[in-house]
Every structure is written in structure tokens, then in C-alpha cells.
Design a protein around this ligand. Structure first.
Ligand SMILES: *[C@@H]1O[C@H](CO)[C@@H](O)[C@H](O)[C@H]1NC(C)=O
Ligand SMILES: *[C@@H]1O[C@H](CO)[C@@H](O)[C@H](O)[C@H]1NC(C)=O
Ligand SMILES: *[C@@H]1O[C@H](CO)[C@@H](O)[C@H](O)[C@H]1NC(C)=O
Length: 272
């Protein structure tokens, strides 16, 4: 797999985006697929099983670490106002331009990445986005709000307490969040190394949490019901072709939990 960094531009500043590619995006046997990871604050690693779409179905797959995460530019000293969804749109656009695929591409987005993907579609209206795959996205704000949300009530007291302290105590919070995600994030036991790495990016004591905190401050209220109900729902209804799949044996990471079925479903959808 080829990997490197490219620059992108946002409001007059230049940043670096790190990417990794499976397959060859310029051989157009299949439309290239760009993969947007979750968090905000994780990294591409836990989505690497998707590289089998390249080996098995010849779909070129482009992974990247979103700005502020893992191998891309970190900006811990910037004010939280930097972390707008437009920043992530600009990064995505420059990535598409780099591969010359604005004229034809698919997007697969997981969790927070799905909000990014949907809003990208609504706000920027990319003409040549052929398919948008959303995996575990509508529940995303529930995950973010896990500290006080209903899901956490099913957990023991110490987990609930750890979730409640939030990022003010990364050690306790990280520990509780891991327990939470063992049930609500990924049921594969032990967790795959790639997932552990991605989780480390956002919940280890040394993690750079500026993206997650910035996005929560700037967006949590706006992403909730108003956007999903009044913008996305009619949007969903207006889509000519939409396919909804439930994966019964999965929690939040079906690309690990029901790996083969997930790949087959994605391949089938992208072939439509
Ligand atoms: C988060 O959870 C609390 C308590 O469960 C609730 O009052 C609040 O509305 C939730 N916020 C979001 C953004 O879902
Ligand atoms: C994740 O973080 C833990 C604790 O900081 C560390 O021991 C472990 O090696 C890390 N794992 C990966 C895959 O990055
Ligand atoms: C994620 O998606 C799976 C499969 O559709 C579903 O069973 C699960 O409830 C979802 N969970 C979360 C936390 O988003």
C-alpha cells in the first residue's frame, strides 16, 4: 500500500493530510472509494479491513487520517473555533483533487465520518459522488454523549462515574470509555490491534483531544435532532436509490464484527 502526506489549504493556512491507498485509483475498472473515519479524533487504522475491497473486488480504497489526528497535522494550540466541519470538507476536497477523482468517486464513512459525509453531500453537493455508504452514523451523537446517555446506564457504577468526569480526567475517562466500547463499540475480543491504535489516538492519557473537544464544543448541539430530523430525513426521503442494512451481530464496527458480510454488502452496493 502506498502512503504519504499531501498538503491542503483552509482559510489561507496549509496543513498536511496523511493517506494510504490500497489498489490503484487511476485504473478505473471500479470507482475509487474514499474512507472517512470516525471519532472525531480516531484514525484510519481500524478501517483497514476495507482494503480487502481492493484485493477481492478491485476497488481502489483511499484511507486518510483527518486533520488533527494520528499522522496528519496536529493543532493542539489552535482555538476550538478552528474545528468546523468546513475544515474537514476542505481537506476532503484537496484529497479528491490530489487523486483526480472529483469527477468520479464513492465515499464510505463510519460514525462521525458519516456526519461528515452527509453534510458534505448536503452543503458542497459534489456532483460526481456516486455512492455514499454510512456505517453506524445516526447513533453517533449518542456515542458522543455516552457520559450521560442512556446507554451508559446499563454499565456498573465505576464505568458511569468515569464517563461522567469526561476529558477532565483522561485516565479515568479513557478506562471507562474502553469498557463502554467493549459492549457498544466492538464485540471482537480481544480488540484488533488496529482498533486499539485508533482508540489510543483519542482516549489514551497522552492523546491529542483537540479535535474531539473542538468539534463537540462547536457542533454537538447543532448535529442533534434539528439536523437529523429536519435536514437529513427529507434528504433521505428524496434520495432515488437508498439501501438500508441492519447487521444483527454487530455493535459499532461491522467491518470487524461481520467482516465478510460487510465487504460483500459494500461491494454489492457500490456495483449498483
Ligand atoms: C446528553 O445526555 C444528557 C443526559 O442524559 C441529556 O440531558 C442531553 O440532552 C444529552 N445531549 C445530547 C446532545 O444528546
Ligand atoms: C495503546 O496505548 C497503550 C497505553 O498507552 C499502549 O500500551 C499500547 O501499546 C498502545 N497500543 C497501540 C496498538 O498503539
Ligand atoms: C451500529 O449498527 C449496528 C448494525 O446495524 C446496530 O446493530 C447497532 O445498534 C449500531 N450501534 C451503534 C452504537 O451505533
Amino acid at each position: 500500500m502506498v502512503e504519504r502526506s499531501i498538503s491542503f489549504h483552509h482559510q489561507g493556512e496549509e496543513y498536511q493530510t496523511w493517506y494510504k491507498v490500497a489498489g490503484n485509483p487511476s485504473s478505473r475498472t471500479r470507482t475509487p472509494l474514499v474512507v472517512a473515519h470516525g471519532g472525531p479524533g480516531l484514525s484510519h487504522n481500524y478501517l483497514l479491513p476495507l482494503s480487502s475491497l481492493a484485493t477481492k473486488f478491485s476497488i481502489p480504497v483511499i484511507f486518510y487520517d483527518q486533520i488533527g489526528n494520528s499522522r496528519s497535522t496536529h493543532l493542539p494550540s489552535k482555538p476550538s473555533s478552528l474545528w468546523t466541519i468546513d475544515l474537514f470538507f476542505d481537506e476532503l476536497v484537496d484529497l479528491l483533487k490530489h487523486f483526480h477523482i472529483q469527477s468520479e468517486f464513492d465515499l464510505l464513512s463510519h460514525s462521525w465520518g458519516g456526519i461528515l459525509g452527509l453534510e458534505f453531500e448536503v452543503c458542497r453537493q459534489p456532483e460526481r459522488l456516486r455512492h455514499l455508504v454510512l456505517t453506524n452514523s445516526s447513533a453517533d451523537t449518542r456515542m458522543w454523549n455516552a457520559s450521560t446517555g442512556e446507554l451508559s446506564k446499563a454499565f456498573p457504577d465505576d464505568v458511569q462515574k468515569g464517563l461522567a468526569v469526561g476529558v477532565t480526567d483522561m485516565e479515568a475517562y479513557g478506562k471507562a470509555l474502553r469498557m463502554f466500547h467493549k459492549k457498544q463499540g466492538c464485540l471482537v475480543d480481544p480488540w484488533p490491534e488496529e482498533l486499539v491504535y485508533s482508540m489510543n489516538q483519542s482516549i489514551s492519557p497522552s492523546a491529542d483531544i483537540s479535535v474531539a473537544v473542538g468539534m463537540i464544543i462547536n457542533r454537538l448541539d447543532r448535529i442533534r435532532a434539528p439536523i437529523f430530523d429536519s435536514v437529513f430525513e427529507p434528504f433521505f426521503r428524496g434520495i432515488r436509490q437508498v439501501k438500508w442494512v441492519t447487521m444483527e451481530k454487530s455493535s459499532h464496527t461491522p467491518m470487524w464484527e461481520e467482516r465478510e458480510r460487510y465487504m460483500d454488502l459494500v461491494n454489492g452496493f457500490l456495483s449498483m
